[in-house]
Design a protein around this ligand. Structure first.
Ligand code: ZN
Length: 434
C-alpha cells in the first residue's frame, strides 16, 4: 500500500507579548491548580480542583479549607460497607484577579452520596487583599450605615428575581446589616451569594444578587486591570506523513493540563510523536499557553468535561453544560474545537451518548499510573501489553507519568510503532478498510 499523507488541522498562534496579553498570572511550569482526582474501589469518586494563587498566606487558607472538606468526606466513606454505596465529592472554582491587590475565588463543593436524600451543594467565597494580607468581610467594604442601606437593595432584587424560591420569613431573619455574607467584588458589582436552604428551598440552587458598586460607598479603592482580548491567526493545515501499513498506537492523557503537561509535549516533540490530551475545562485558562503549544506541535485536544463530575449521574442540562462549557473555553483560549469526548471515570450510558455530537473515546490499555507509584512499572504495563491500534490511558498530572513517558515513547518507536492522535488512528483504520 502507498504511503498516505494525513492532513491535520492545526493553528498558527500569535502569542501577543506573553505577559500583558492574557489573564495568566504565573508561568505554566508551576502548579496553577491544585488537583486531586481519585477513584477508589469504583464507588468513591473524588475530583477537587482549585487555584494556586502563589500568595503564600492565601494559598494556606485555601489548602486548609479544602483539606478539611476532603478529610470529612473520607471519614464518611471509610464507613461504607459495600460497593453499592456510592459517594462523589467534587470541588470546582472560579478565579478572578481584580487587580494587583484584590483576588476573588469561589469554591463550589458538591457532595452526592447514597446516604443522603439529595446531593448537597455548598458555595464558599474568598476575597483576598494582598496588600493588607487578609480575607475581606462585608464590614471591610462598607460602614454600618452603608450596610443598612444594603438590606433593602438585596431584598428587592431577591423578590424580583427569585420570587418562586424565597422563604420570606427566613429571608427577613437572615438579611441584616450585621450578616457575614458570602460575596465577591469587582469594579462593577458587589455580588452576594446564598447557599441552598438558607433563604430558599434546597432545589433552587445557589442564589446570587449583583449590587452595582456605583450605588455603594466603598471603603476600598477598586479599579480592575484591563486585559486585552485574545488574538489568533487563521488556522492552517500542517502535513504529517503516516504509513497506514505500519503499526500505530495512540497515547492519551486525561485530567490535565498541569505543570507536567509541558514536559510531556516536549518529550513527544523530541521523538516526532503525537498524542491526545483530554483536558478539563476548568484548567484551560490557567494552562492556555501549554494547550496552544500542544496544538501547534500536532497533538490533539479532547474534551474531558468541565470539572470532572461523573457524567452518567447528571441531568441532561448539566451534562450538556459540562461538555459545552469546555468546548467554549477551549475555543476562546486556543481557537480549537475538539471533536472527541472522554467520559470522566470511563463511565458511559445512553444518556451521555445521545446528548453529544462528539466522538466518545475509551481505551484498551490502562497502565494504572493514577495508582502505581513506580514509573518503570507503569512503562512495563504498557510495553508488555501493547499491540497495533491500541489506545493507552495515562494522566498528565503526575511526575511519575512524565518519567514513564520518557521510557514508553522511545521504546514504542524502537518497536516500529507510529505514535499518533486518536483522529489519525481512526483515519488509519478507515484507510485499511478501503
Ligand atoms: Zn479523568
Amino acid at each position: 500500500m502507498r504511503k498516505h499523507v494525513i492532513l491535520l488541522s492545526s493553528l498558527l498562534i500569535l502569542l501577543c507579548g506573553l505577559s500583558g496579553c492574557f489573564h495568566t498570572p504565573q508561568k505554566e511550569t508551576k502548579d496553577n491548580i491544585n488537583s486531586i482526582i481519585e477513584e477508589q474501589n469504583s464507588n468513591i469518586l473524588i475530583s477537587i480542583n482549585y487555584p494556586v494563587t502563589h500568595i503564600q498566606a492565601f494559598d494556606r487558607i485555601l489548602d486548609q479549607d479544602v483539606e478539611h472538606i476532603y478529610n470529612q468526606f473520607k471519614e464518611e466513606y471509610e464507613s461504607f460497607q459495600s460497593l453499592s454505596e456510592e459517594s462523589e465529592l467534587n470541588i470546582d472554582y472560579t478565579y478572578d484577579i481584580v487587580n494587583e491587590r484584590y483576588y476573588n475565588i469561589t469554591l463550589t463543593v458538591f457532595l452526592s452520596s447514597s446516604k443522603l436524600a439529595h446531593p448537597i451543594t455548598e458555595f464558599k467565597t474568598y476575597v483576598y487583599d494582598k496588600k493588607d494580607k487578609k480575607l475581606l468581610t462585608i464590614s471591610d467594604l462598607l460602614k454600618e450605615e452603608e450596610r443598612e442601606k444594603l438590606v433593602p437593595k438585596i431584598e428587592q432584587q431577591l423578590l424580583t428575581t427569585y420570587q418562586d424560591c424565597l422563604l420570606l420569613e427566613e429571608m427577613q431573619g437572615y438579611i441584616t446589616p450585621s450578616t457575614d455574607y458570602l460575596f465577591t467584588i469587582d469594579d462593577r458589582n458587589l455580588t452576594i451569594y446564598f447557599n441552598p436552604g438558607i433563604i430558599t428551598s434546597h432545589d433552587c440552587g445557589i442564589i446570587k444578587v449583583d449590587i452595582p458598586v456605583s450605588e455603594l460607598s466603598l471603603e476600598i479603592p477598586l479599579t480592575k486591570d484591563v486585559f486585552q482580548p485574545l488574538t489568533f491567526e487563521t488556522p492552517v493545515q500542517i502535513e504529517k506523513v503516516i504509513d497506514p501499513t505500519k503499526p500505530v498506537v495512540a497515547l492519551t492523557f486525561d485530567d490535565g493540563p498541569s505543570k507536567y503537561t509541558k514536559e510531556i509535549i516536549d518529550i513527544l516533540k523530541e521523538y516526532d510523536a503525537n498524542a491526545t490530551f483530554f483536558v478539563l475545562g476548568n484548567k484551560v485558562e490557567l494552562y492556555q499557553e501549554t494547550i496552544r503549544q500542544s496544538i501547534a506541535n500536532g497533538n490533539e485536544i479532547g474534551n474531558h468535561s468541565y470539572n470532572h463530575k461523573q457524567l452518567t449521574k447528571l441531568s441532561v442540562s448539566e451534562l450538556k453544560e459540562q461538555i459545552d462549557k469546555t468546548q467554549d473555553i477551549l475555543k476562546q483560549y486556543t481557537g480549537y474545537t475538539p471533536r472527541l469526548l472522554r467520559p470522566t471515570y470511563g463511565a458511559i450510558n445512553q444518556k451521555v451518548r445521545s446528548n453529544t455530537d462528539l466522538s466518545i473515546v475509551l481505551w484498551n490499555i490502562d497502565p494504572k499510573d493514577w495508582k502505581i507509584k513506580d514509573s518503570e512499572t507503569i512503562a512495563n504495563n504498557v510495553l508488555t501489553k501493547v499491540s497495533d491500534r491500541d489506545i493507552i490511558l495515562m494522566h498528565d498530572t503526575k511526575k511519575r507519568t512524565v518519567e514513564a513517558v520518557k521510557i514508553i515513547v522511545p521504546a514504542l518507536i524502537e518497536q516500529g510503532y507510529q505514535l499518533v492522535t486518536i483522529s489519525e488512528l481512526e483515519e488509519v483504520k478507515l484507510l485499511n478498510q478501503q
